[in-house]
Design a protein around this ligand. Structure first.
Ligand SMILES: [Zn+2]
Length: 639
């Protein structure tokens, strides 16, 4: 804490100042906060598991996969010796591209290998019939983090574009391309056209904007490209319908493709193939990739040690094998039971708050309550673990990665047109995060976040409610934010709100938008209130639900004497400090700028100060005077 700061002026600084000052950003990170401290602890556990597993004398087939993947990933000598050999088959395909049909075929086969060129395929429940999965094709195919980087005119964007062009040139050169200088400029121009054709991120928040279902004839008439080639290469030639995000992007695509020469298309595909694999290629590629994406774009000083990156890649590739041991080591005892009890308390708190929301009417209120009762809660780890039986893992790291990526892609592609499997998780158990999924109307809390400083089953509940309790309230409120509110309790995108009530919701959301748009993270860099709207609504609701739940809990169970006057704080103050401290985060200025444009979450300072300044109970707990920054006269309230 920083006791010298007045909690009524800047609570984030008051709660986090000591930590922020004593925990400089590590050289191999772009941002570092309490989430990352926990991630590091989880990664240490995973590393132990992986080293132990790799040393097992007669491993089970699953242990063998884990051990081999880990060993191959860490074998820098073998990676160096292999050179670009592993990419040779893909490069041969790319070399054959002469026209749009060739381009689409290679794009499909690259997508299966995780190289997202031109656009991206996602498999998600049909927004209007959420029991069935459909394919969503979305705008994409850019090497820079957002379209704004291609279109923005200020000096920072111009410099980064120039850095990107040089980076593309060097990557192509390293792979032996001739004329890399000209090609890099043409690739940048091609991507700029793609960027122009796409919609800004904020507009795509609206689920109606993301949902445009067409059949194959509809796709061809929207977008005159040889689509059969793509679907065949992606392994689903039979696909009958899909959703386009947005159709205007796909309508523009044929003209963009026709406007460039085949050698530019080939360079574009080659660069993205190298870019996707860069971290798993010889060090010349790895270093060049880091110099642009790590250093120039995000202000990272050093590349992270290999083992750290290998832990994360193994988690991505084989997360539901690795996660089982993690859960056994780190999520035992009463954790699940205590966490579930807290979710029930948060849900009761949300329900208890509904009657006092004057902007709702009775029918909408009743439906909201029904939706809340229908939420499915998943805690810790999946009931059913994924079967990796058909995935072959050997000694070649790049080949392992390709196999794991294709395995995952094929699994998802097979699900298109099939009934949604409700038991699936979209995060692995060690992940320090949580999510709300609108189509499934479910909240998911991996074991990785159900750890200190968010939660411990034997901690004073004052701190648990300030920590994970707020996260639970946040995820619950996502079900009712500007996006979530458009889905009903069964996960169907449909209008269930009375128009007048929806209008009053929009007015309240507008208050949140304006407030967060006024927050400056660096001189001249403001948050986008529109991009972060859903997260901010969830933050405002989350702390309120959790605070009310804590009071209700204390009424029944009494307050924990261990937390009495801890650090001289009242229980009430400790609750808010526990909340504030989970968001303590240092970041490089470069990364803060990237996040302001791309992250749907607000800067940590405002994830703390925003919600608390809008919660009158906070001002009371710290005896803030009306009119002080943390106790403004006008507050925004949605849920
Ligand atoms: Zn969220």
């Amino acid at each position: 804490m920083d006791r010298a700061t007045d909690p009524c002026t800047d609570f984030y600084r008051y709660a986090c100042g000591g930590w922020l000052d004593s925990t400089p950003l590590p050289n191999d990170e772009t941002r570092y906060g309490k989430f990352h401290v926990l991630r590091d602890r989880n990664n240490e556990t995973l590393r132990e598991i992986l080293e132990t597993t790799a040393a097992v004398a007669s491993p089970t087939p699953e242990q063998a996969k884990l051990g081999q993947f880990w060993r191959a990933c860490n074998d820098e000598g073998a990676i160096e010796a292999a050179g670009l050999r592993g990419l040779a088959p893909l490069f041969a395909e790319i070399d054959g591209v002469r026209d749009a049909a060739g381009l689409l075929a290679v794009a499909g086969s690259l997508q299966r290998r995780g190289v997202k060129v031109l656009f991206e395929l996602d498999v998600e429940p049909d927004y209007k019939a959420p029991e069935i999965n459909i394919a969503y094709l979305s705008q994409g195919g850019l090497g820079l983090p957002d379209r704004e980087y291609y279109l923005g005119t200020d000096a920072g964007f111009v410099a980064l574009r120039d850095g990107y062009r040089k980076h593309v040139e060097r990557m192509l050169e390293l792979a032996g391309a001739e004329d890399a200088d000209r090609l890099a400029g043409d690739v940048l121009a091609f991507e700029t056209q793609l960027a122009k054709a796409g919609l800004p991120r904020e507009q795509l928040r609206d689920p109606e904007q993301r949902y445009h279902k067409v059949d194959r004839a509809g796709l061809s008439s929207t977008s005159a490209l040889p689509w059969d080639a793509w679907f065949t290469a992606a392994g689903r030639p039979d696909l009958a319908e899909l959703s386009l995000t947005p159709p205007s992007y796909f309508a523009a695509l044929p003209g963009i493709v026709a406007s460039v020469k085949p050698d530019v298309l080939r360079a574009y595909l080659q660069f993205h193939t190298l870019h996707t694999a860069a971290d798993h290629l010889p060090s010349a590629f790895e270093q060049e990739n880091f110099a642009f994406y790590g250093k120039a774009l995000r202000g990272q000083k050093q590349i992270a040690p290999r083992w750290k990156r290998c832990v994360e890649i193994t988690d991505r590739a084989l997360g539901e094998i690795l996660g089982r041991d993690f859960v056994a080591k780190r999520f035992g005892g009463k954790s699940r039971e205590v966490a579930l009890g807290m979710i029930r308390d948060i849900e009761s708190s949300f329900a208890a708050g509904l009657p006092s929301l004057g902007w709702m009417d009775e029918p909408t209120r009743a439906q909201a309550l029904g939706k809340m009762h229908a939420i499915v809660n998943k805690i810790g780890y999946p009931e059913k673990w994924r079967d990796y039986g058909s995935l072959a893992i050997g000694d070649d790291h790049l080949a392992n990665l390709a196999a794991a990526t294709a395995f995952d892609f094929d699994r998802r592609a097979r699900e298109i047109g099939q009934a949604v499997d409700d038991s699936q998780w979209y995060m692995t158990p060690p992940t320090v995060n949580a999510y709300y999924n609108a189509s499934g109307n479910e909240m998911v809390f991996p074991a990785g976040i159900l750890q200190p400083p968010f939660f411990a089953s034997d901690w004073p509940m004052t701190m648990n409610f300030g920590g994970i309790g707020m996260v639970m309230g946040h995820e619950l409120t996502h079900g009712f934010d500007d996006q979530g509110r458009k889905f009903d309790g069964a996960g169907t995108l449909r209008e269930w709100w009375a128009p007048a009530v929806a209008g009053r919701f929009e007015d309240r959301a507008e208050c949140v938008d304006e407030l967060y748009s006024s927050y400056e993270i660096q001189p001249g860099v403001k948050l986008s209130g529109k991009l972060t709207l859903g997260e901010n609504i969830a933050d405002l609701g989350g702390i309120k639900q959790s605070h009310r739940a804590f009071h209700q809990w204390a009424k029944t169970n009494g307050l924990d004497p261990r937390a009495e006057a801890l650090d001289g704080l009242t229980h009430e103050q400790l609750f808010f400090v526990a909340f504030g401290q989970i968001w303590c985060t240092n970041a490089s200025p470069e990364t803060e700028r990237v996040l302001a444009l791309t992250d749907s979450h607000s800067h940590p300072r405002y994830r703390v100060n925003g919600p608390l300044a809008n919660l009158p109970e906070f001002g009371e707990a710290f005896a803030c005077e009306p009119g002080e920054p943390m106790r403004p006269a006008n507050v925004c309230e949605v849920w």
